[in-house]
Ligand binder design. Structure first.
Ligand code: AMP
Length: 426
């Protein structure tokens, strides 16, 4: 069986690495991939952009690909699964209609409200129907979100009304392009965040091991929001009781409602949740794909056959499977380029990868490319070093041992990934 992974980040390196271990898998292709997927045994990069849907279909046909797994949200929101399916090709992910859960925050909020699935109170506006008086009447802080895809950057927490109004004006003025034509303004939720990721297929949803990421750039959760600076799994915040509650109050009603509305969901569904002091979960956002860097930590622990699970999801046979996990904890530390999450300089040489490969754990690559046989940086998040251990503390030591091995000029990373889990450990 040949598998094609679409995307070029650390998540896609983890997906590809995981798929090489699937039964009957002869080769894994990655479009377009990075230096990590380009040098991974059993994996080959193909030079097609993740958003070039005709190009992806052509590769899948020419290479005789049996299963395509979509990593990032943009091709999903563009309708890649609809087009693969129409071409008679098997592709894991939600169709365009269901991918709107991520592609339009206004759509997601209306959907949640319509089905009484718990989330923050909100209103959405375009410039034409904007109501500044409503905003002035809301208690601060307020959360302002560009409704469309903004590469994880379209969310601003406004500490006061003046900032909220200025941010909304900025979004209408085009700071996030067309993504900000509609703006969602919502109540600020207190609590602890958790990510909950399931593989959905037809009538079934199979939860992945729990995980938690670290959005802020700096130690102690300081500095600007990023795509994610590290993650660990399992996340002790998601107790067994909370897991049940999330499945019952969030995941099951969401999948049921999508099916009732004529857009049944297949693929990875990621719920970003806020757990309040009473233990009640509320939806902050949905993503229609696996999280990054959650994928790196979670998939490092997966013992089940991922391509088999993906095929089962597509064929509504997930009920025949259970997911098996390495009982150890996994923890991933993201090494980012200088300047991230702002503008970064590419082309800096990454050293020490061969030495790191001799240590336990795994360094997944993200913003890297091969240039004359050398690995150089080519993006904001460059690597994610994943360690495994008997508990989060041991996994953390293993991950930082990997980080100590690799280097590139201007590398920045957090020193405290896993701090919430460690604070919970007696
Ligand atoms: P999102 O892109 O929607 O996940 O938002 C990015 C980050 O902003 C989240 O991970 C939260 O840390 C924060 N955030 C978003 N919405 C809210 C909210 N309603 N209350 C508090 N924090 C929020």
């Amino acid at each position: 069986m040949k598998v094609l992974i679409v995307g070029n980040g650390g998540r896609e390196h983890a997906l590809a690495w995981c798929c090489t271990r699937g039964k009957g898998v002869t080769e894994v292709l990655v479009a377009p991939g990075n230096a990590g997927t380009g040098t991974e045994p059993g994996v080959r990069n193909v030079p097609v952009a993740a958003t070039d849907i005709p190009g992806l279909i052509a590769v899948a046909r020419a290479e005789g690909v049996d299963l395509t797994i979509i990593g990032p949200e943009t091709p999903l929101v563009m309708g890649v699964v609809d087009e693969f399916t129409a071409a008679g090709l098997r592709c894991l992910g939600p169709r365009r209609a269901a991918a709107r859960l991520e592609g339009s925050k206004a759509f997601a909020k209306e959907f949640l409200l319509r089905h009484r699935i718990p989330t923050a109170r909100y209103r959405s506006f375009t410039r034409a129907d904007f109501d500044a008086d409503w905003v002035r009447a809301q208690p601060a802080p307020l959360v302002i979100k560009a409704s469309g895809l903004a590469a994880g950057k379209g969310v601003v927490i406004a500490p006061d009304t003046a900032t909220a109004l200025a941010t909304i004006e900025d979004m209408f003025a085009g700071r996030f392009g067309a993504a900000g034509d509609t703006v969602v303004v919502e109540e600020f939720l207190q609590g602890e965040e958790a990510s909950f990721i399931v593989l959905a297929g037809g009538a079934h949803a199979m939860p992945f091991a729990s995980s938690q990421d670290h959005k802020r750039l700096g130690d102690g959760d300081s500095g600007p929001n990023t795509g994610g600076m590290g993650a660990y799994s399992p996340a002790p915040v998601v107790t067994e009781a909370l897991h049940e509650r999330i499945m019952r109050e969030i995941i099951a009603p969401t999948l049921r409602a999508l099916a009732i509305e004529g857009m049944p969901y297949t693929g990875f569904l990621y719920a970003g949740l806020m757990i309040d002091a009473s233990g009640a979960p509320r939806v902050i956002e949905f993503n229609c794909r696996f999280g990054d860097p959650e994928a790196q930590a979670v998939l490092a622990r997966l013992r089940s056959d991922l391509p088999a699970l993906c095929n089962a999801a597509i064929e509504d046979r997930l009920g025949e499977y259970v997911m098996e996990w390495d009982p150890r904890a996994a923890l991933g530390v993201v090494m980012a380029a200088e300047g991230y999450p702002g503008t970064v300089q590419n082309g800096r040489e990454v050293s020490g990868l061969a030495r790191a490969a001799e240590l336990p754990g795994k360094v997944f690559q993200a913003g890297t490319e091969l240039r004359d046989g050398r690995v150089v940086t080519s993006g904001g998040r460059v690597l994610c070093a994943v360690g495994l251990g008997a508990d989060v503390g041991e996994a953390q030591r293993a991950a930082y041992a990997l980080v100590d091995c690799v280097a590139f000029p201007g590398a920045q990373y957090r020193h405290d990934i896993g701090h919430r889990a460690l604070a919970r450990t007696p």
